[in-house]
Ligand binder design. Structure first.
Ligand SMILES: Cc1cc2nc3c(=O)[nH]c(=O)nc-3n(C[C@H](O)[C@H](O)[C@H](O)COP(=O)(O)O)c2cc1C
Ligand code: SF4
Length: 517
């Protein structure tokens, strides 16, 4: 039997040398005249092991990582049964992976991402086949019953959004996938696009059948050229295989989609700016109402969902709403792909049911900081998320529990900082980020963020610290209450959490400076 060897073509793996590793594997296969095939899979999400080379054996896939091209010959010499310093054993048994609950990412890193046969062999298309036998309202009901909430940040119930689009009469409706993935430390959308693109296509087709939309767009972050290429290729294959087109899976139903490259601005991830950008204009917020579900792309009813939300739909339809809902806690149902980044020893993607803690994620999975120094802070939920100190690490990962402590789950990104972090600098960065990414439509955000950065500068120079901290608080209140969208409205979250939890970093008074010397 042909032996399969896997080397990811995922951007994170490529960035650390997966390309030369793959070339070396090909050369060894040829030189040794082996009956073996190289598969360019997606990443398993164990990023600290990339490039992760896997050899298929009857017992399972044996992994080696992180591998360089010069290691390949010795790996072949040793063979999967022999010893090798980079051998990590059975990949599925690595605790980081074994302890996960992979529903949405079940195939990621396992299958050949652009093989429809492999996709089907691993459970693909079951959800769409079920959906095609159901009435549209029943599909929407299943998504509602599953408890799925938007994984893009706001956590809005997906089924309710779909219900609105289904109920809105229109000859044309659209499904728009938000794959702008602008949050710091996040990469779950990218992993799916590069590692299991048919899951998104299937999820979008189900959404289309459910709400009566015949056309979809996936709006992809401009810094994701590999994902864009992979999605475009997968869409072409899906058309040939009748997963897309005028007769999807022989059902006479119509659904087609296109990939579009984003405009390169954080605000283009906000759904109304995204729609402006898709229509060819500058990414700027639209007033709401009307909601995109009523008047969205080109003025037509539109489902705008995050990529992970849409890619989670096939498993819900395949296994049933109750199966999915069984995972999680409170009103946070199902699983969440958490992305560990920043100063962390073992960065990567961890899909688990809601309810686990930051402590478990950062220490058990992540292994603490990469620098080896103590963890001092984490920022959860992207650049608009709160900075939390270690005493909040036992709050369960749950939309409501996080909100009750002044934080947010967002898109599931966790950025870790060690004890060398300066939270005043981070607060300044939050204002600065907002200033450069602001769409400019409303004054609290456009001007407030600029004044905020200047005021934190004064604090950091030790100028009238107490008064300027009051000015920052005042500005934050104005931005929170007066901004038109969450970019301006949530920038106070990182700023205020930094001031609340790390007040010592804002004390730049001459007395403290003297004490520190
Ligand atoms: C400034 C800003 C940036 C955003 N960026 C993203 C993004 O990159 N990806 C995303 O899915 N949602 C992003 N959102 C949220 C979207 O506006 C929207 O809520 C989401 O696409 C809805 O999908 P969901 O319900 O599946 O989460 C952003 C929101 C704001 C205010
Ligand atoms: S808060 Fe206002 S200026 Fe800032 S991005 Fe949103 S709409 Fe634009």
């Amino acid at each position: 039997m042909t032996m399969r060897i896997f080397v990811p073509m995922d951007a994170a793996a490529l960035s650390v040398g997966a390309g030369p590793v793959a070339a070396a594997v090909r050369a060894e296969i040829a030189a040794r005249k082996l009956d073996a095939k190289l598969v360019r899979n997606g990443s398993r999400g164990l990023l600290w092991l990339e490039p992760l080379l896997e050899i298929e054996t009857p017992e399972g896939r044996i992994g080696y990582g992180p591998v360089t091209a010069s290691d390949v010959k010795s790996i072949f010499d040793a063979g999967p049964n022999g010893d090798h310093p980079l051998k990590v054993g059975l990949v599925e048994a690595i605790p980081y992976l074994a302890k996960q609950q992979r529903l949405t990412f079940a195939r990621c890193g396992i299958t050949d991402p652009i093989s429809m046969e492999d996709y089907e062999a691993h459970g693909g298309l079951t959800g769409l086949r079920r959906a095609l036998e159901m009435a549209p309202a029943a599909i929407v009901q299943a998504v509602t019953d599953s408890g799925l909430r938007g994984r893009g940040g706001a956590g809005f119930p997906t089924g309710i959004k779909w219900k609105t689009v289904l109920a809105t009469e229109s000859a044309q409706k659209y499904i728009v996938c938000n794959a702008d993935e602008g949050d710091s430390g996040t990469f779950s959308d990218r992993l799916i696009m590069e590692g299991d693109p048919f899951a998104l296509i299937e999820g979008m087709a189900i959404a289309g059948v459910a709400v009566g939309a015949t056309k979809g767009y996936v709006y992809i972050r401009s810094e994701y050229p590999h994902a864009f290429r992979q999605m475009t290729r997968a869409i072409e294959i899906a058309r040939v295989k009748n997963l897309l087109g005028t007769n999807i899976l022989g059902s006479n139903r119509i659904f087609d989609m296109e990939a579009r490259l984003g405009a390169g601005a954080y605000i283009c991830g906000e759904e109304t700016s995204l729609l402006e950008s898709l229509e060819g204009r500058r990414g700027q917020i639209r007033f709401k109402p009307p909601l995109p579900a009523i008047e969205g792309l080109f003025g037509k009813p539109t489902v705008v969902n995050n990529l992970v939300s849409l890619a989670s739909v096939p498993i819900i339809l395949a296994e049933g709403a109750a199966y999915y809902k069984d995972f999680g806690m409170g009103r946070s149902r199902g699983t969440m792909p958490i992305q560990l980044a920043g100063n962390i020893k073992r960065g990567g993607l961890i899909e688990r049911a809601f309810g686990l803690t930051l402590r478990e994620l950062i220490y058990d999975y992540g292994g603490g900081t990469y620098s080896g120094r103590p963890v001092r802070a984490v920022q959860v939920g992207g650049p608009l998320g709160a900075y939390w100190p270690t005493h909040l690490f036992d709050v369960p990962l749950d939309y409501e529990a996080f909100a009750a402590k002044g934080g947010m789950v967002g898109h599931g990104g966790i950025v870790v900082f060690d004890d060398t972090v300066d939270l005043a600098k981070q607060a300044r960065f939050a204002f600065h980020f907002c200033a450069i990414e602001s769409c400019g439509k409303c004054t609290p955000c456009r001007i407030g963020s600029q004044r905020g950065a200047e005021t934190v500068d004064k604090i950091m120079r030790g100028e009238r610290v107490v008064e300027n901290i009051d000015v920052v608080r005042d500005l934050c209140e104005t931005m929170r209450d007066g901004s038109l969208c969450a970019l301006g409205g949530l920038t106070p979250m990182p700023v205020m959490s930094a001031m609340e939890h790390f007040p010592e970093d804002f004390d730049r008074s001459p007395a403290r400076a003297a004490a520190a010397e």
